[in-house]
Design a protein around this ligand. Structure first.
Ligand SMILES: [Fe+2]
Length: 233
């Protein structure tokens, strides 16, 4: 199974006529925020795949497009505060937004983020009982606290996300929000057994179909250079 994850910036490679040719083998798409609804709808309609998403801090309550008014991207599945299991047995959960830094939408204090994350816990516990694991993919816009985040207030990581990763150890944590302009910025980190990826732009992630069929989760690609992979405990 191949996942196409997108976040933060629109790319002509995706929002263009060659998307089918380039991404014909994608089975599932995930949006990590700060992308317009028409962009997500384009991916859904051109690739004909399910798309799960969370909103970023630059999302609008209402988006006016040439196709009309949108309060959400048509055909996409909002993961905010939700736990979903798709047809391939992947268990996904998400939290939208980032650290509050002004009066804009989809911003939360660290305390509010704790409340949002804790609201997921009963469903994660139930997953452990029913499926033998808490969560496969955690999807957020902001990064966890002091993991692939930055020091300025708008880009500080979320403490509750770090706690969730540490306690429930999803196989994959996908986030956006941190724009990558320098080669030295970390874009992937192993945090315990959780592989954390800053999606900024797009990332393709391939999962092992045999492990998925057994209700497990094994990531085949992307493979990382040693300089890209930080290990944190
Ligand atoms: Fe953002």
């Amino acid at each position: 199974m191949k996942i196409l994850a997108v976040s933060d910036i629109e790319l002509p490679l995706i929002y263009g006529p060659n998307i089918r040719e380039r991404f014909h083998d994608v089975d599932l798409a995930i949006g990590c925020g700060d992308l317009p609804y028409y962009y997500l709808e384009y991916i859904i309609s051109m690739l004909d795949v399910p798309l799960y998403y969370v909103r970023g801090n630059h999302a609008h309550k209402t988006e006016v497009t040439c196709f009309g008014e949108r309060k959400y991207p048509w055909g996409a599945d909002d993961l905010h505060r939700r736990v979903r299991q798709n047809a391939s047995n992947l268990i996904m959960a998400g939290i939208q937004g980032c650290q509050r830094y002004n009066t804009g939408p989809y911003q939360y204090t660290q305390g509010q983020m704790w409340a949002l994350v804790l609201s997921l816990v009963p469903k994660l516990m139930l997953n452990k009982l029913v499926h033998g694991r808490f969560l496969d993919i955690f999807v957020t816009h902001a990064p966890p606290w002091q993991l692939q985040d930055m020091e300025d207030l708008p880009h500080q990581g979320i403490k509750a996300f770090r706690w969730l990763d540490k306690v429930f150890q999803p196989a994959l944590h996908l986030h956006g929000h941190i724009h990558i302009y320098r080669q030295v910025s970390p874009v992937q980190t192993m945090f315990g057994s959780t592989r954390m990826i800053n999606v900024f732009g797009f990332r393709e992630i391939t999962l092992d179909d045999h492990s998925l069929a057994r209700g497990k989760f094994k990531i085949l690609t992307p493979e990382y250079k040693s300089t890209e992979l930080l290990k944190q405990k």
